[in-house]
Design a protein around this ligand. Sequence first.
Ligand code: GTR
Length: 399
Amino acid sequence: MIQEENKVPSYTLPDLLMKSDGKRVESAAEWEKLLRSQTLQTFETEVYGQIPNQEVAVTYEENLLHAKTLKDFGSIREIRFSIEKDGNRIQAVLLLILPDRSSPVPVFLGYNFNGNHTIHPDESISLPESWVANSPEMGVRENRPSPNSRGKKSSRWAVQQILERGYGLATMYYGDIDPDFDDGFENGVHSLFSKNKTREKDDWGSIATWAWGLSRVMDYFETNPLIDKNKVCVLGHSRLGKAALFAGANDKRFALVISNNSGCGGAALSKRRFGETVAAINDRFPHWFCENFKKYNHNEDQLPVDQHQLLALMAPRPVYVASAAEDLWADPKGEFLAAKNASAVYRLYGLKGLQLQEMPEVNKPHIDGYIGYHIRSGVHDLTAYDWEQFLNFADARLK
Ligand code: GTR
């Protein structure tokens, strides 16, 4: 594994403004007409797989757990989604925590890794019914969650801070949408779409299904008058940051997109081959991407796109990239360079992207443009420090 900057091979990034005729796009209108959908399509066919453009029937069952809680500050609800197609059904539970306000509130939406009950110690939050990865730390045995893990991941979810700043928080256990193991694409959302169907090389992997699930939550927000649907910030940590980015690229209803330590297949440039590589991720997680992505194992030079182009698909909406100094597996510098290189598309809209030539010092966030960035000290994690910067960025761009 490459862990030193001087071992990074020389590479050429695709010019994100280059058209097929060898000329560069010169306006936002031209970018949108000629390059945006083409770029997105390349990510679909070569990296994540196609999200099927097919209707599903969704019903929502809402359960108010507490009208006032968290030092009498907010309300907690669970919304059970029943998602049906062709006689098959999956269920997913959204946890929605809102501050006590009389007008619709902006919301942060992100998946959690271990179940809604792990993000806050509140006793009334349900445990997942779907498959959960075994884990001694979380007390998970035989793929069943344990009530002993209530609140165990609360350090990753700055609930009080989010509510105090006037935002709501919505989170869902990602395994409700697609359990995170290689089962041959039978369970979760795949069971609704691809039963008895031969898999194509550009059929969607799990990251694309998780992105799809975030859009289904956005559909729900559009029905809920307590939520300001024009100010939904989608975020994710690590693999769930990859999913948040792909969701933001696909669904322009997300007003702001945040990647936390998303690394390879997320915000980091693949062509640098620093830390986790395309081959390493495809070997360990063969179900995350589409089959075509495996063509680029040890063959990154042939990749027709790189991750700066994924970030550029958010334009003109604000996007934030967060790295951690000790998280070399996720390639902090590759995440920074992708953010910096995406700025060219923001300039077409007359907006500032990331105004930095070199990587900033640790713990010196840059939030003045439409691409925000920080590298915090410490390891691969989602912390209160990260949340503070996301809240500042959302205040600056959305309020
Ligand atoms: C790692 C994987 C990373 C990242 C991380 C996570 O094992 O190599 O790409 O997604 O998991 O999601 O925590």
